[in-house]
Ligand binder design. Structure first.
Ligand code: NAG
Ligand code: NAG
Ligand code: NAG
Ligand code: NAG
Ligand code: NAG
Ligand code: NAG
Length: 178
């Protein structure tokens, strides 16, 4: 009877090298993914900066850095913008409709700027928006009655603008409304 000779035990070194390789590949991959961002959203943010008068406060916003690295921006794990913290940045002009190209935008804070126009109904198109703060700007006119079209809204603060009329019942129970 012939027997197949047992195969020699695999030498430990290649296995060790394999683990070493996998370990470093994984670490490097997670490092890369934490820095990822959407080029289209960077373009949207740079257009917003332009629309808002190119204020010096946003000089770090340029076409060669990741928006997820900018102090005023928070991205989700996929590198998509979820929060804009633009308090006291010297922003001027209206809020443009293309802001909703930031499809995952959940929290918009533009407190203490010089933003103008009527209540920004363009935000109705930002489907993920849950928190809005437009306090201390130069908005005018009536707050719209159909403001509840912001269906995911959890909090809104519109104080210290030139809004006229009453607070619409649809948002009268949102705690942070002033
Ligand atoms: C772009 O902005 C980053 C900070 O966000 C800065 O470190 C870098 O120097 C800027 N690059 C250019 C070309 O302005
Ligand atoms: C983002 O910041 C990290 C850490 O400072 C840096 O290593 C990376 O190069 C930056 N990415 C871009 C595209 O600016
Ligand atoms: C990231 O993208 C994947 C695939 O599109 C999706 O399943 C996941 O929910 C996203 N994560 C976040 C935090 O949006
Ligand atoms: C709403 O936003 C989408 C992209 O996010 C855009 O294609 C559409 O034209 C916008 N609609 C309005 C009414 O602004
Ligand atoms: C807001 O109202 C005040 C007082 O009526 C007025 O002086 C100011 O010019 C108004 N501002 C805007 C942006 O309409
Ligand atoms: C707030 O009021 C609206 C309409 O009156 C109602 O649909 C909604 O459920 C209320 N939200 C909370 C948190 O009570």
């Amino acid at each position: 009877m012939t027997r197949v000779p047992p195969s020699p035990p695999s030498p430990p070194k290649p296995l060790h090298i394999l683990f070493f390789f996998l370990f470093y590949t994984t670490v490097e991959f997670s490092g890369v993914s934490s820095q990822q961002f959407l080029t289209s959203e960077r373009t949207t943010l740079l257009n917003l900066k332009q629309q808002w008068g190119n204020p010096p406060s946003l000089r770090d916003w340029n076409a060669s850095s990741s928006p997820c690295n900018w102090t005023e921006v928070i991205c989700n794990a996929n590198g998509s913008v979820v929060l804009l913290d633009l308090i006291s940045k010297g922003l001027t002009g209206p809020i443009p409709p293309f802001i909703c190209d930031l499809r995952n935008l959940r929290d918009l804070d533009v407190t203490d700027n010089f933003l103008t126009g009527e209540f920004p109904k363009v935000l109705y198109n930002c489907s993920k928006l849950a928190e809005i703060d437009i306090t201390r700007n130069a908005f005018v006119g009536r707050l719209p009655d159909d403001i509840d079209r912001l269906s995911g809204l959890k909090s809104i603060d519109v104080g210290v603008n030139n809004f006229t009329g009453n607070i619409p019942p649809a948002i009268g129970n949102l705690s942070e409304l002033r």
